[in-house]
Write a protein that binds this ligand. Structure first.
Ligand SMILES: Nc1ncnc2c1ncn2[C@@H]1O[C@H](COP(=O)(O)OP(=O)(O)OP(=O)(O)O)[C@@H](O)[C@H]1O
Ligand SMILES: [Mg+2]
Length: 218
């Protein structure tokens, strides 16, 4: 499996598992992580959550916007009298070999009166990894998201399905979305560094280069 050195992780919706997949790849590859727009910090921001599962703080790049309300960025920004512009975003300098950028919600989430998350992906010129739920409803959400990427000529690396494995939905996403499902992440009962590294090894089928190789084999 070829994973580009820098890529954007979006999802078919909010709460589909973008941060979980980011943590799996941040620990496994390993990779630096950047959440350019965070909306809502309770109980933790996505960056704080990555740190809590063992991603090294030096691999977590500071947010460009950290907004209080757990709302769409355009609305969260408006409530704080902030206006988000695509010109505000540039990948922070860092020395990591891999860098993951996590979006807010899905691709058509507004940042301001005219731009969406998908426009930020285009502006940063990054290929995209799409996280989808595994269960009912995912074919529609996934194929629509892929169509939007094609419209903007954004390269799709592939789809990661999160949740109870569903072979029929996997086949449908590959067929109708004309893409590859790169990994299926099953529900993780106890979320910690070891189980996340285990998910990396089992689901991505890549050998871990983690600083904690013992954990990767448990
Ligand atoms: N495979 C999994 N096993 C167990 N729990 C999971 C799994 N994937 C996600 N979760 C849990 O589901 C919730 C939502 O996941 P996550 O935060 O990764 O979604 P998200 O797409 O990043 O959401 P947001 O749009 O808010 O950034 C979290 O509490 C996360 O820990
Ligand atoms: Mg998230």
């Amino acid at each position: 499996m070829h994973i580009p050195k820098r890529f954007f992780i979006s999802g078919t919706d909010t709460d589909v598992g973008k941060t979980m997949v980011s943590a799996i790849l941040a620990l496994g590859l390993p990779a630096a992580y950047w959440k350019p727009i965070q909306c809502g910090n309770e109980p933790a921001s996505d960056s704080q959550w990555l740190a809590s599962v063992g991603v090294d703080q030096k691999f977590i790049l500071p947010e460009r916007y950290n907004l209080r309300n757990p709302l769409s960025p355009h609305r969260a920004a408006e409530l704080e009298g902030v206006s988000i512009s695509l010109d505000d975003f540039e990948l922070p300098k860092n020395s990591a070999e891999y860098v993951i950028v996590e979006g807010a919600g899905g691709l058509m989430v507004p940042l301001n009166a005219k731009d969406m998350v998908i426009d930020l992906v285009a502006k940063l010129q990054l290929p995209l990894l799409l996280v989808a739920r595994s269960g009912l409803g995912t074919i529609n959400h996934t194929v629509l998201s892929i169509q939007a990427l094609h419209q903007k000529e954004i390269p799709l690396i592939g789809v990661v399905m999160n949740g109870e494995p569903n072979p029929a939905n996997r086949a449908a996403i590959e067929h109708y979305g004309k893409t590859k499902v790169l990994a299926e992440i099953p529900p993780i009962a106890q979320i910690n560094k070891d189980s996340i590294l285990q998910a990396y090894n089992e689901s991505f089928g890549l050998k871990s280069k983690s600083s904690n190789p013992a954990a990767a084999t448990t």
